[in-house]
Design a protein around this ligand. Structure first.
Ligand code: GLU
Length: 469
């Protein structure tokens, strides 16, 4: 497959709004979106809300919000299946008129009895086609069924699975429209995919058994088949069905945890697709390389640790200007002052290499964002470093810092190291005391960086507070 042979790629993501967007669905959406973007095609979003009992507006809103957050923008407004019943009926009428569909008066109990009978005879449970030749017309309680071919095979080339074949006699005359007038899932999907000009149907392989049924509907309608791609499910690290206990969450929860959408996309795209050994992809990289090939046919396992690692890589690569607005809500949520945005901006590069999420980044900045009076001093670190000797060094340095010009990183660095050398000391006689005095903890970024970021007044306040302890 190459851009020159695929003239108009149209993909769709078709979630049922019966829950939030989870990582399996998100990965399908990413594949569909990338395929469209790679080939300069269109990506459409279809809300499959015909199951009115389980579909909820709240979930539609949540799925749309997750898609927006992930940056998987669709071309055009979302399409809702519940608004397309007239269209489905038109297609039903066409099939009835052409003899590809027929009215069926069998009750659910009768159909169940047929299935039971088939099961008892060791056969596949199926509808026996008894209304097919009755020439029935419309009437209360009547469904419409497809007059499916009685023999032969349904074949297709799957983007992921390769050659797939189903025997037609494994399929029965499926219902297209129920007695209550609602289209069945398979019928609505086919009418939608045809009328939306979908060229590539990429979805989870839990749908692969629907595909031969859908192909029969395409054939009855004389429509061209799209290319199908069924991607294997994502498994847990124990190779079992993925669930919460594996640490898998809904996309909105990852947003709350402080993951970057570009990192979540990067992590998910690699679950089932590869481009050599490359692990870290920008959005542009993915679009450039994702051409619908190199999709893995064996299921990938979800690894929360790796997700955090990928996130850390993206966090490191992002520019502080880009991170600032995304970080502010997390600073706020951590109960830290977010008002001094210039201070937050100066802190970002200090902690960027150490954090794996935005929430962690906000938390790590705590000692820098608080004023001297609000910092909490770790008792063990304080007892160890702020000894009388340690405090004496802090006091001596304080004197130098008061008049240091300019009060910038380089000058601060020279100041600290100059003090250490002139007094024939080792850095560790001074560094830990200064660190605890400035931050309240034994760890943290470079001391000259810290002081340059908080500024002279704040740095001196911190030292004063520590010396008074
Ligand atoms: N609505 C289906 C689902 O959420 C997807 C159907 C399709 O992609 O064909 O699983």
């Amino acid at each position: 497959m190459s851009a020159t042979t695929l003239s108009q790629v149209v993909t769709r993501f078709a979630p049922s709004p019966t829950g939030h967007l989870h990582i399996g669905g998100a990965r399908t959406a990413i594949f569909c979106w990338l395929m469209a973007r790679h080939y300069d095609g269109r990506f459409v979003l279809r809300i499959e809300d015909t199951d009115t009992e389980r579909s909820k507006q709240e979930y539609t809103d949540s799925i749309l919000a997750s898609m927006r957050w992930l940056g998987l923008e669709a071309d055009g407004e979302p399409v809702y299946q519940t608004k397309r019943f007239d269209l489905y009926n038109e297609y039903i009428d066409r099939l009835l008129a052409d003899g590809h569909a027929y009215w069926c008066q069998c009750s659910l109990e009768e159909v169940e009895a047929m299935r039971e009978k088939a099961r008892a005879a060791g056969e596949k449970p199926r509808y026996d086609g008894r209304c097919r030749h009755l020439g029935l017309g419309p009437g209360p309680g009547r469904a419409v069924r497809l007059a499916a071919p009685l023999s032969g095979k349904v074949l297709f080339e799957d983007m992921v699975k390769g050659h797939v074949a189903f025997d037609v006699n494994e399929l029965d005359d499926m219902v297209l429209r129920r007695a209550d007038g609602a289209p069945t899932y398979n019928f609505a999907v086919v009418v939608d995919d045809i009328t939306m000009n979908i060229s590539h149907v990429i979805r989870g392989d839990d749908h692969v058994n629907n595909t031969p049924r859908q192909i029969l509907i395409y054939q009855a309608l004389g429509a061209k088949l799209p290319v199908f791609g069924h991607v294997p499910m994502i498994l847990g690290p124990d190779r079992q069905k993925l669930s919460k206990r594996h640490g898998a969450k809904a996309v909105i929860e990852y947003e709350k945890d402080g993951l970057l959408p570009e990192a979540l996309i990067n992590y998910l795209v690699r679950l089932g697709w590869s481009h050599g050994d490359q692990e870290i992809f920008s959005r542009e990289d993915m679009i450039a390389h994702f051409d619908g090939t190199s999709l893995n046919s064996s299921p990938a396992a979800f690894d929360p640790e790796k997700l955090l690692w990928v996130n850390a890589q993206h966090l490191r690569a992002a520019s502080p200007e880009d991170l600032l607005p995304r970080l502010l809500p997390f600073i706020d949520r951590a109960g830290l002052p977010a008002g001094d945005q210039a201070l937050v901006a100066r802190c970002i590069p200090l902690y960027q290499p150490r954090a794996s999420t935005l929430a962690e980044l906000a938390e790590q900045m705590r000692p820098l964002l608080l004023k001297a009076a609000d910092i909490s001093y770790d008792p063990a670190a304080t007892a160890k470093a702020l000894t009388p000797e340690g405090k004496a060094h802090v006091a001596a340095l304080r004197g130098r810092l008061e008049t240091l010009e300019p009060f910038d990183k380089e000058a601060l660095h020279h100041c600290i190291h100059g003090y250490v050398e002139e007094n024939g000391l080792k850095f560790k006689a001074v560094g830990p005391a200064l660190r605890v005095a400035l931050l309240g903890t034994a760890g943290g970024p470079d001391l000259a960086d810290v002081m340059a970021v908080v500024g002279r007044r704040d740095a001196l306040d911190r030292l004063d507070r520590a010396m008074g302890m």
